[in-house]
Write a protein that binds this ligand. Structure first.
Ligand SMILES: Cc1cc2nc3c(=O)[nH]c(=O)nc-3n(C[C@H](O)[C@H](O)[C@H](O)COP(=O)(O)OP(=O)(O)OC[C@H]3O[C@@H](n4cnc5c(N)ncnc54)[C@H](O)[C@@H]3O)c2cc1C
Length: 512
């Protein structure tokens, strides 16, 4: 007899949402998780009384997240708080998590010579942002099975009845071109094009999505901490009769023809199931867990070629807030750039000359820090290759790695200190994550943190935006890497793809 109707590899948000919905629908589901705890990158770890996040600090589309929890049988009543965002550089200082019309008025006050250009850009861009929000709700490109058919039929009926389509897509033109057409000042173009000081790299439609989330939907966090999502999904899964085995890495998915027959764990156990859902990222699943001959060669080639987004270095600080001058930090998240010298001369560890993120992690959340203390998360993009030589094996490093990490962390703190005087002396506890941490603890290929690369060339390589189905008919993917774009942002996309994988199994087995 098979070990379960469905085996889910991984208990991240995607795997738990999928498992919980299936268990609630009466399926026998077994989740195998390699770590000693569920949650994946949404796990919160503890150091000397401080709780710090492995990954997400917040998420967009809060109403969708509540609906996703309900669909998985988890308690959807979340007390959410809005996270505000500030950009501070020698160019200007602005809190930008606010409606676009307000932002336009504020920018026009600061750049009066650009007022007409700003109005022109916002006119064009506002329509794209509205379309990005509408498409997030019912975009057939990110749906599958019955849900996709329903979305397509709703769009067809709207067209027949002459109603305007709810979600006319925004052009995929490079945003840099449209910004340059309307605006002369590079500081303004870069800010609107990257929410920081970087040069605009996204297409107009992706930029519209980013602003739809930041300015209109908002980014939110649960007052009880980001980890409540994992806790509630795990509880819902277990209450519905699901089985969760922790500390059980899966080494292989066996397939015969185009069907998965079993998964094999690190201890050599062979477990059969009618369906396998992998919450491991797509490259890990299709390149490491499945034998190459089992997959469609084109799919394999694409998965090999298309890159993921880059990695970062992250410094977690527990501290005494009374010793810091917080005057320049006006929002929970500060994107800060100390100097504005040309980028191309910067080394990766030149944190003065790049945008860094400073998050007041415990603000608005309960129970994360000891009484009277506070916590900061500092982040900066960092290339995986710069850290790769330190790695000698899984979680194994050359001597000197800890010291090198500490040097890098101190450099990041020095830069942050120029915005927050007193920071270095206020530090009580410090922990550092590098691209190697995201590889070995996060399980992410090359330490990637934010899904598939969004460049136009990479996106063109995917014929589908939703990557839940694979060429093995009963092997599905769930999680942020199961879509070629994070069309709802990380957390909601992980939940959405997990629930879609569950829907597909229920539909295809004829039992939904
Ligand atoms: C540093 C960082 C910052 C982020 N910030 C944000 C943010 O602010 N907002 C946001 O919305 N999103 C953010 N994200 C994205 C975030 O990771 C997702 O939103 C979400 O947590 C991903 O869930 P998931 O289910 O896709 O995958 P994961 O969290 O990666 O879970 C996958 C699970 O599968 C397990 N697994 C993998 N391989 C195996 C195997 N072979 N056998 C058994 N188990 C296995 C892993 O251990 C893990 O538990 C961030 C991610 C990172 C890394």
């Amino acid at each position: 007899m098979e070990a379960a109707d469905v085996i889910v590899i991984g208990a991240g948000l995607g795997g738990l949402a999928c498992g919980a919905k299936l268990a609630l629908s009466g399926r026998r589901v077994l989740i195998l998780e390699r770590k000693p705890h569920p949650g994946g990158t949404s796990h919160v770890f503890e150091r000397r009384g401080y709780k710090f996040p492995m990954g997400p600090l917040g998420f967009g589309f809060p109403d969708r997240v509540r609906c996703f929890l309900a669909e998985a049988g988890a308690d959807p009543a979340l007390e959410l708080r809005r996270a505000h965002y500030q950009y501070l550089s020698p160019a200007f200082d602005i809190v930008y998590s606010r409606p676009l019309l307000e932002l336009e008025a504020e920018l026009a006050r600061r750049f009066p010579a650009e007022a007409a250009g700003l109005a022109g850009f916002m006119d064009e861009f506002g329509a794209c942002v509205r379309s990005a929000r509408a498409r997030a709700d019912a975009n057939p490109d990110f749906l599958a099975g019955r849900r996709r058919a329903e979305a397509l039929s709703a769009a067809a009926s709207a067209a027949v009845s002459g109603m305007p389509a709810a979600a006319t897509p925004c052009p995929d033109a490079p945003s840099a071109e449209r910004l340059a057409f309307h605006l002369r000042d590079p500081r303004l173009r870069n800010f609107l094009g990257s929410m920081g000081s970087g040069e605009p790299a996204l297409s107009l439609s992706h930029l519209a999505f980013m602003w739809a989330v930041m300015a209109e939907e908002g980014i939110w966090f649960p007052a009880a901490g980001i980890h409540v999502l994992v806790e509630r999904l795990a509880r819902a899964f277990l209450d519905a009769g699901g089985a969760l085995r922790l500390g059980t890495p899966v080494l292989r998915v066996e397939a015969s023809g185009r069907r998965a027959t079993a998964v094999v764990t690190e201890s050599g156990e062979r477990l059969g199931a009618g369906w396998v859902v992998s919450n491991a990222d797509a490259k890990r699943t299709l390149l490491d867990l499945v034998a190459p001959g089992a997959l469609d060669p084109e799919e394999l080639d694409r998965v090999r070629r298309v890159p993921y987004t880059k990695s970062e270095v992250c410094v977690y600080l527990g501290l005494d807030p009374g010793r810091i001058d917080w005057g320049r930090m006006r929002a929970r998240h500060l994107f800060y750039r100390k100097t504005l010298a040309p980028d191309h001369f910067s080394a990766p560890e030149d944190f003065d000359n790049t945008d860094i993120e400073i998050c007041r992690w415990d603000e608005g959340m309960e129970g994360l820090v000891p009484e009277g203390k506070s916590a900061l998360v500092l982040r900066a993009g960092f290339p995986f290759d710069a850290f790769a030589p330190w790695r000698t094996g899984n979680k194994a490093r050359r001597a000197g790695y800890r010291a090198a990490k500490a040097v890098l962390a101190r450099r990041l703190i020095e830069t942050a200190e120029t915005a927050l005087p007193g920071l270095a002396a206020a530090v009580d506890v410090m922990e550092v994550a590098t691209p190697l941490t995201y590889l070995d603890w996060g399980g992410r290929v090359l330490g990637s943190i934010a899904g598939w690369d969004w460049s136009a060339a990479s996106l063109a390589a995917f014929p589908r935006k939703l990557l839940v189905d694979t060429s093995i008919e009963n092997l599905l993917l769930a999680g942020v890497y199961a879509a070629s774009e994070l069309f709802l942002g990380g957390v909601p996309t992980a939940l959405h793809t997990g629930l879609l994988a569950a829907d597909l199994i229920l539909e295809r087995d004829g039992g939904s």
